[in-house]
Design a protein around this ligand. Structure first.
Ligand code: ADP
Ligand code: MG
Length: 561
């Protein structure tokens, strides 16, 4: 309860700044903390994010590379097995030359039991004519294959087998051939089977290890051999760049669905390369590890922002409390410095009061019938006028003082420095200086620009310094010179006195709170420490130079902006 009351008192009475000032201050604190705490966090997040992307890229390479190699090996093995199937057949002791069509049908049946990729089986003599045939394309029987690519290749080769690329051939359907040759005596004999690429592709797909990858096979010239219909059709051209000189490799390309990656592996038994490529969009946005790290990062940032905003709020509360204490101290010091003026003011008020007492006494005497003197209208008017003028003079003095003492809020506006200084010398100090032996000299630089400042606070500082100066001069004859000038983007107000000056030790302690060399009741030791606080608050500095028995110069250095 007590605390709540105190808080309320802070906000209503003693805060020197308005709410806008604290909002601005809070905003700056938030920006400052954001730069100090959030910037490194954001940099770290970016660093790990890109590190992560790099790792993922490496991972993908390894993954796709492993799949491509594995599948290529499986397919190599498959083709070797089919070739061996044919070789075993032709080398079998019971293989009759030429085989009868029943034999051929039986052989084909055996082969198909091993693999359903076999379509048909044909036996050729040295002239290249298909002598026996088993399979669905019976019209091919007794055709002449002498000029077919694979037949001439087999003839010219040292190896006694050939595995062709996919081609359309006489039957106008995509297929490929595995053929083995034997030379028996002077006869060149060939047994060949054709295989169905679709069956073989099914076989590869059944061996697929990962769901996020599709495979296809191309030949040296880049035409699809085995392919899924989402990618293309057999014999279409594959647009991925695949180097024919390297046994394997990795690449990426842009598709409509984003960046895609692939890995290729050249096979041993044929001139084919197996390509494994990543399928995009396999994961949901929430599920991808990348977006998960991003979400964690966002959460982290959010927590940091909340902490910062919270902390800024606390700092503002602390600052308000400090400002309040400072304002109270300043006010106390202000009262003290006004108190120092008291003797001069008492004198100044005493004069008109004496006049009032005297004049009113006289008037009363005139009204006494025993006195006998009749007062003329004109004379009465003159005396009342004198009384009124003296009363007004007292009122003016107290008003100016009260205005100076009461004003506590902080109000930054453009002011003419000279008007502010004149206000202190003429209105506040005038009476005291009039009675002392101190001469005040003004040495103003008239070209000075206006200064954004708080009149009341700056007046308090100047008053404190002039009070000290006049104390330092004391009852002696002396001079206080107030000069203004400009140094770059700063305005200088220097107050020089011909007083007692200070020793270096004194000079060292001059701004310490409660440091005073004056007797109890005269000095509080608060004047300069509070003045220092005010000038710092205005963004300025106070410089002092002093020589003992010569005098002291205090210089206020105030920024124009
Ligand atoms: P106070 O005036 O109440 O002593 P201040 O903070 O105003 O407190 O000043 C502290 C001390 O600094 C003074 O007591 C005095 O010793 C020294 N001082 C300040 N101004 C002058 C000056 N112009 N010449 C000599 N001494 C000074
Ligand atoms: Mg003082």
């Amino acid at each position: 309860m007590a605390k709540a009351k105190r808080q309320q008192a802070i906000s209503i009475e003693s805060l020197p700044f308005n709410a806008e000032h604290y909002r601005e201050w809070r905003r700056r604190q938030i920006i400052r903390m954001a730069v100090t705490y959030l910037a490194p966090l954001v940099i770290l997040i970016f660093y790990f994010h890109f590190r992560y992307i790099g790792l993922e890229e490496d991972n993908r390479r390894v993954h796709l590379g492993a799949i491509a190699e594995h599948q290529a090996n499986i397919l190599d093995l498959f083709l070797s097995e089919r070739r061996v199937n044919l070789a075993n057949l032709i080398d079998h002791p019971r293989f009759s030359i030429p085989p009868s069509s029943e034999d051929m049908n039986e052989y084909l049946g055996d082969l198909r039991r091993v693999s359903d990729a076999f379509i048909d089986l044909g036996f050729f003599d040295s002239s290249g004519v298909q002598v026996s045939y088993a399979g669905p394309h019976t019209s091919l029987e007794s055709r002449d294959y002498r000029d077919e690519d694979w037949f001439s290749k087999l003839r010219g080769r040292t190896e006694n087998f050939v595995i062709t690329d996919i081609y359309l051939g006489f039957r106008q359907q995509p297929h490929f051939t595995i053929a083995v040759s034997r030379t028996v005596g002077a006869r060149f004999l060939v047994l060949r089977a054709t295989l169905d690429p679709a069956r073989m592709y099914e076989y590869i797909e059944s061996q697929q290890m990962a769901g996020d990858v599709i495979t296809c096979i191309i030949n040296r010239s880049g035409a699809y051999q085995l392919v899924n219909e989402t990618l293309g059709h057999p014999l279409d051209m594959c647009l991925l760049p695949v180097s024919a000189d390297e046994p394997s490799g990795f690449g990426s390309f842009k598709s409509e669905t984003g960046l895609r990656h692939y890995s290729f592996w050249w096979m041993n038994n044929t001139d084919w390369a197996l390509i494994a490529q990543s399928v995009p969009g396999a994961q949901s946005i929430l599920g991808s590890p990348q977006s998960r790290t991003l979400m964690v990062s966002a959460a982290l940032l959010l927590v940091a922002v909340v902490v910062i905003v919270n902390r800024a709020g606390k700092l503002v509360a602390q600052q308000k409390e400090t400002d309040q204490t400072r304002a109270q101290l300043e006010h106390a010091a202000k009262l003290a410095s006004v108190g120092e003026l008291a003797s001069g003011i008492a004198h100044e008020i005493n004069n008109p009061l004496a006049v009032i007492t005297e004049e009113s006494g006289l008037l009363m005497d005139y009204m006494d019938p025993r006195f006998g003197h009749k007062l003329g209208e004109k004379e009465l008017h003159e005396r009342l006028d004198t009384i009124q003028k003296s009363a007004f003079r007292c009122r003016d003095i107290t008003r100016k003082l009260l205005r100076f003492v009461r004003k506590t809020d902080f109000d930054l506006q453009e002011h003419d420095v000279h008007t502010i200084i004149d206000g202190v010398i003429d209105d506040l100090l005038g009476p005291e200086i009039e009675v002392s032996k101190i001469r005040v000299k003004r040495n103003y630089d008239q070209s000075l620009p206006k200064l954004p400042t708080d009149t009341n606070q700056l007046q308090q500082v100047i008053l404190n310094i002039i009070n000290n100066a006049s104390d330092a001069i004391g009852d002696a004859i002396g001079q206080i010179t107030i000069s203004t000038s400009r140094r770059g983007k700063k305005i200088l107000i220097s107050i020089q006195d011909t007083g007692c000056g200070m020793s270096p030790e004194q000079l060292h302690k001059v701004f310490m709170p409660f440091f005073t060399t004056k007797e109890v009741g005269k000095g509080t030791g608060l004047g300069l420490s509070v003045s220092y606080g005010i000038v710092r608050g205005l963004g300025g500095e106070i410089e002092v130079e002093s020589t003992i028995d010569v005098g002291t110069t205090f210089t206020l250095v105030l920024p124009i902006r």
